[in-house]
Design a protein around this ligand. Structure first.
Ligand SMILES: Cc1ncc(COP(=O)(O)O)c(C=O)c1O
Length: 442
């Protein structure tokens, strides 16, 4: 009884607070951009205790913990895209995603010998199909699902599977700059004779087969992308790690030959190391499975079962939003949080007068059934001051750690900043950034 009422309290608190933020964000969106977010009718106003984001209109009224002398000394590390922000959703969810695995379970290497992907837990496969149906972001019919230890392992598996076996030269792997900084490192990690990194897809002009990595929405800049190399003999791999409603409008179900997804950026469970590929061609799927066999003889069953449970709760929260179990969907919560973070960032950038951010056009989101803006998992920040060439270095002097544009195939005027850190770190970042101005020392 005690547990039930505690859970009810959390659900109620979550509902009330998200409603308030939604209302505030909606008003703000309407005022500033003309775009509106999906707001349920009759949103209740309540005390905002669940989220405590700072208000930049009164910087002196920032959260007390960010004003301590210690806070001014603290190094803010936003280099990695570690999605700890989502703890804020999952903590109040309590036991909803708890699973118990007795010691005798998950012992065999095998999960389902009737499936091509014999190491995939059937429950995970079921929940993957379900979440794509609920969100409408990918076609799963006619696709083979391959589970991997993160989508990182699946990207390597895809490169292995798509490289020609009989060629004397490694196939070129390209991606349009700015590209995800790990692609060059992953492609050339073992100096394979199968494939080699060949840089920016926009300037690739060799008359030979190639693999193009298409990240949409893109890491680091958040734009929706399509293949850019206009030649024959190309194979596309779509990395859709961020194709979820909290980051970008869901315009159409992805219908590619090979798409990669991950729980890391969808639900925030990066530590589970679970990703999946949707693969059209059975031979490609077989070779990817072979790669994972050779690499790790399958994928942790415990992690798969946890991922299945997390995805199940996310789908249920969408299907039962407004009911007694789930006040609102996981994506409404995370979209609201991202919208508020982006609002604060834009204000801080404007206040500084020396930085700029990409501009995104609003688009229709089928999931929220509304016209919405884009709010990427990373801020792709440009330092516009003429006397600053190295933005990463400049921000490091202000104790903000970011990743330089040079790792993404562009200049050091740009940096990538994670938007997914914990609230306390994010608040501190906003406060620190808004204090940087055209007069700040280099
Ligand atoms: C575009 C992109 N693809 C793949 C990954 C790797 O994700 P995973 O944690 O599933 O290995 C990341 C992680 O940041 C990413 O940004």
């Amino acid at each position: 009884m005690g547990v039930v009422s505690l859970r009810n309290f959390f659900v109620l608190s979550l509902a009330l607070n998200v409603s308030l933020i939604l209302k505030a964000v909606n008003q703000n969106e309407n005022l500033h951009s003309g775009a509106s977010i999906a707001v349920e009718k009759g949103a209740k106003v309540a005390k905002m205790t669940f989220l405590s984001l700072p208000s930049l209109s009164s910087p002196s009224a920032a959260a007390p913990e960010t004003q301590t002398p210690l806070a001014t000394e603290r190094v803010i590390n936003l280099d990695h895209g570690d999605p700890t922000m989502y703890e804020q959703y999952w903590k109040p969810m309590g036991d909803k995603t708890t699973i118990v695995i007795p010691g005798w379970q998950s012992m065999s290497y095998f999960s389902d010998v009737t499936n091509l992907c014999w190491f995939m837990e059937p429950e995970l496969a079921k929940q993957i199909v379900r979440i794509h149906k609920v969100v409408g972001n990918a076609v799963t019919k006619g696709r083979h699902i391959v589970v991997g230890t993160g989508s990182s392992q699946l990207l390597l598996a895809a490169l292995y599977a798509l490289s020609p076996l009989d060629s004397s030269n490694p196939i070129s792997v390209v991606s349009a700059a700015p590209y995800y900084s790990s692609y060059p490192l992953m492609t050339d990690c073992v100096k394979s004779g199968l494939h080699k990194w060949s840089g920016d897809a926009k300037v690739f002009d060799k008359d030979e087969p190639y693999i193009e990595l298409v990240t949409s929405p893109n890491n680091p800049d958040g734009f929706v992308r399509h293949g850019v190399v206009n030649r024959t003999g190309g194979i596309l791999v779509h990395d859709l790690a961020y194709y979820w409603p909290q980051y970008t409008p869901i315009s159409t179900p992805a219908d590619n030959d090979l798409s990669l997804f991950t729980v890391s950026k969808c639900t925030g469970h990066a530590g589970l190391r679970i990703g999946w590929a949707l693969v059209k061609d059975v031979e490609v799927a077989k070779r990817m499975i072979k790669f994972i066999e050779l690499n790790t003889i399958g994928v942790s069953k415990d992690s798969q079962l946890r991922a299945a449970k997390v995805l199940e709760v996310v789908s249920s929260s969408c299907e039962q939003a407004g009911g007694s179990e789930y006040a609102e969907s996981f994506f409404l919560f995370s979209h609201t949080l991202m919208a508020e973070r982006w609002r604060l960032l834009k204000e801080a950038v404007k206040r500084s007068g020396i930085f700029s951010l990409p501009n995104f056009s609003p688009a229709h989101c089928n999931f929220f059934d509304n016209t919405l803006g884009t709010q990427p998992a990373f801020a792709w920040l440009k330092c516009d001051r003429d006397d600053i060439d190295d933005c990463e270095n400049f921000l490091r002097r202000h104790k903000i750690l970011t990743r330089s544009g040079k790792h993404f195939g562009v200049g050091s005027k740009y940096v990538r900043i994670s938007m997914l850190d914990r609230e306390e770190t994010y608040n501190l970042f906003i406060e620190r950034l808004s204090q940087i101005s055209s007069y700040s020392y280099i």
